[in-house]
Design a protein around this ligand. Structure first.
Ligand SMILES: Nc1nc2c(ncn2[C@@H]2O[C@H](COP(=O)(O)OP(=O)(O)OP(=O)(O)O)[C@@H](O)[C@H]2O)c(=O)[nH]1
Ligand SMILES: [Mg+2]
Length: 384
């Protein structure tokens, strides 16, 4: 599977890969279905999902609609996010309880995690812990991830110390980073809570820790609470819990939606969907918010390329220089990069055509080091 390297210095590939985690019956498969409409069975019994299901989801982007009349392209290609629906995890998963080991294997490959937390109350849907308590549930899953990292990092640390004694300088730095991360994990805190500089971060990346991956808590609320999820005490408690992980300020984002409602919405025709949303007092499907939040979570921005054949959205880490961004489109474009002609999407949409935009002086010429901005439309001049 293609991976995004979430750093300006590294090559970004096309899709990013998000693992959906949470307790059994939290609504992971239901959310996955809403995202992908793949029709994965979502049943009211635990461990319905045994093999991970992978779905590539286009990111709806109104900016593409605004740009389409400029290019009148044969096809429009949105950015995509790949979701992986994973079997539920229970207490003791890090020790191999439930489907623990398989579960952990699948999330090691993810670039980020969406942690689904049950906030809905439904007597027909069983709860492995016997009651609905979002913060307790989130803590169970988070603790299993910390324990899994602890075990893996202790093993890696031993090896690194040996290698460092043998004179391996890189191993020595990595071992020092591992020690700082171990300290946090031993205190029950996720590895992401440890601030690292760029060099240390590179070393940490090689340790493949689950709790160093960016995470978003997805509060799965009751259908009738979907219009005003902030009113739900569970959602408020979950926000408090997320904030507390960063010492009261910031912390992982929390997003609320009703997975079941979203899955129902996904079944409707576009026209019906708009009516249904209006009737519910919602301006857009919650999964659209989730997709945008997923891009944010990985620090990704979107830029556009267009001609009469294809109008396309691309995602790269914020701060990516123009030449490297061009390389995401085609490696020849990076190798032979001469310059980029850049215009913000609103300006191009307003001008109506490249020619008109050029006449107005709205198209800028940028060099290889120009950091691409979210919403830029880029025309790359290159020699092949
Ligand atoms: N009332 C209500 N029920 C929901 C909601 N989301 C999911 N459910 C129900 O909860 C049950 C379990 O949902 P799944 O999506 O299969 O849960 P899961 O997290 O994938 O579970 P495992 O695969 O066993 O880990 C199903 O019967 C869903 O219909 C919701 O927002 N409201
Ligand atoms: Mg499932």
């Amino acid at each position: 599977m293609m991976k995004v390297r979430n750093r300006p210095g590294e090559v970004a590939a096309i899709g990013l890969h998000i693992g959906i985690v949470g307790l059994p019956n939290a609504g992971k498969s239901t959310l996955f279905n809403a995202l992908t409409r793949a029709g994965v069975p979502a049943e009211a019994y635990p461990f319905c999902t045994i093999e991970p299901h992978v779905g590539v989801v286009p990111v709806p982007d109104p900016r593409l609609d605004a740009l389409a009349p400029v290019f009148r392209p044969r096809r429009v290609t949105p950015a995509t996010v790949t979701f992986v629906d994973i079997a539920g995890l229970v207490r003791g998963a890090s020790q191999g309880e439930g489907l623990g080991n398989q579960f952990l294997h699948h999330i090691r490959e993810a670039d980020a995690l969406v942690h689904v937390v049950r906030c809905f109350s439904d007597a027909d849907v069983g709860h492995v812990e016997g009651s609905v308590d979002p913060v307790r549930d989130a803590e169970i899953v988070d603790l299993e991830l910390v324990l899994a990292d602890l075990e893996s990092l202790q093993r890696q640390h031993e090896r690194l110390v040996k290698a460092a004694r043998g004179g391996d300088r890189d191993a020595a730095l990595r071992a020092r980073v591992a020690e700082r991360l171990l300290e946090a994990l031993e205190a029950g805190r996720p590895a992401r809570s440890v601030p690292l500089n760029t060099d240390e971060e590179r070393e940490a990346r090689h340790l493949h820790l689950l709790t160093r991956k960016p995470v978003l808590y997805l509060a799965n609320v009751d259908e009738d609470g979907a219009a005003d999820p902030e009113a739900s005490p569970g959602v408020r408690a979950l926000r408090e819990y997320a904030r507390s992980q960063a010492g009261g300020e910031g912390g992982p984002p929390v997003l609320a939606l009703s997975a079941r409602l979203e899955a129902e919405l996904a079944e409707l025709e576009p026209g019906e969907r708009v009516e249904f949303l209006q009737a519910l007092g919602l301006s857009e499907p919650g999964v659209h918010r989730l997709l945008r939040a997923a891009l944010d979570l990985l620090g990704l921005i979107t830029f556009f390329t267009g001609n009469d054949n294809e109008l396309r959205a691309w995602t790269v880490p914020a701060g990516t220089p123009a030449a490297r961004a061009a390389g995401v489109v085609h490696s020849d474009m990076e190798r032979g990069f001469v310059r980029a002609e850049v215009i913000p999407w609103q300006d191009l949409a307003r001008a109506g055509s490249y020619a008109a935009a050029r006449e107005k002086g709205w198209v800028r010429v940028e060099g290889r080091e120009y950091p691409v901005q979210d919403g830029d439309v880029m025309l790359v001049r290159f020699t092949s």
